[in-house]
Design a protein. Structure first.
Length: 294
């Protein structure tokens, strides 16, 4: 009911995030995990991961290949690997399912299971409670957060989503982060600075001029955040964290034996909003940003 929602809405506007435990059922979480297992089982290693490079020129081609692979992943289902899991021929050094760091960025559009979750009636209802008039889905990602055989332990440094998904005006991006397994302090749950969504952004990731070896560059700089201001948000399997586009958040290393799978997607309020032409991610003729409401 609208009544019980308002303190929560107030909480979201105050903190810049909102934890909704048990938003999805265990069955829904398992259906996403099972689908990802199937997708990974059929996965082909992309060509740019296979080149045996020696010369500087070949290294640049490699970088260019991986940057094109990233830049054109907005309307596809693509695989991004942990460092050090493939040899130069593109063969796996560890089990395949432990080698992928994420899959992006259009699961919501091209995979039936993830499409159904993204547009589920409870997500649409939540959008309406949040007052979203013309929400569109801009991207989605499946994040594994495994502890990959101690090869490469990655923390996600403090950031704001609007750095990567810039709109004018700001405040139009909303992240939906779904825990497909319990997220704990040990296995890399999210940490937030409450209230940090109110002072804009200091850094933007933009498409680099074509012909440069990097595909994107950063404009501005990330301030040094005070670590003591972050609070951890452990959440049980099926829980949803709503993330304001400008709230500062991070995740630490996964120091446990268990993985921390999550499915996340970003929504933009398209009403009276312009999407930056400099964002790495752009709608395409094949995939204009689909409406959240069906």
């Amino acid at each position: 009911s609208g009544g019980e929602q308002s303190p929560r809405l107030f909480q979201f506007r105050t903190d810049g995030f909102l934890v909704l435990e048990q938003f999805f059922t265990a069955e829904e979480c398992d259906s996403m995990r099972n689908q990802i297992q199937r997708i990974v089982a059929e996965m082909e290693v992309p060509p740019h991961c296979r080149t045996e490079f020696s010369t500087k020129e070949e290294e640049q081609l490699q970088a260019q290949g991986s940057s094109d692979y990233f830049l054109t992943s907005g309307d596809k289902i693509r695989f991004f690997f942990e460092k050090g899991v493939l040899d130069e021929r593109g063969n796996f050094l560890i089990p395949k399912e432990k080698s992928v760091s994420k899959i992006g960025h259009a699961l919501h559009a091209y995979d039936p299971v993830f499409k159904q979750i993204t547009h589920s009636s409870k997500v649409q209802e939540l959008g309406r409670k949040l007052g979203l008039e013309r929400p569109v889905v801009v991207q989605s990602m499946y994040i594994f957060k495994v502890q990959p055989a101690r090869l490469c332990l990655v923390a996600v440094t403090p950031h704001q989503d609007a750095t990567f998904l810039h709109t004018e005006p700001l405040g139009r991006i909303l992240g939906f982060w779904i825990a497909l397994e319990d997220a704990t302090r040990e296995n890399g749950c999210l940490w937030f600075i409450p209230g940090s969504h109110t002072s804009g952004i200091t850094r933007r990731m933009v498409r680099a001029a074509s012909g440069t070896s990097t595909c994107v560059e950063f404009v501005g700089s990330e301030p040094a955040y005070d670590n003591s201001q972050f609070i951890p948000l452990p959440i049980s399997k099926g829980g949803l964290i709503l993330i304001h586009g400008e709230v500062v958040h991070k995740s630490e290393l996964n120091s446990s034996e268990s993985s921390r799978h999550a499915f996340t997607f970003h929504v933009m309020e398209a009403k009276d909003t312009s999407w930056s032409k400099e964002n790495w991610l752009q709608p395409t003729p094949e995939l204009p940003f689909p409406s959240l409401y069906t």
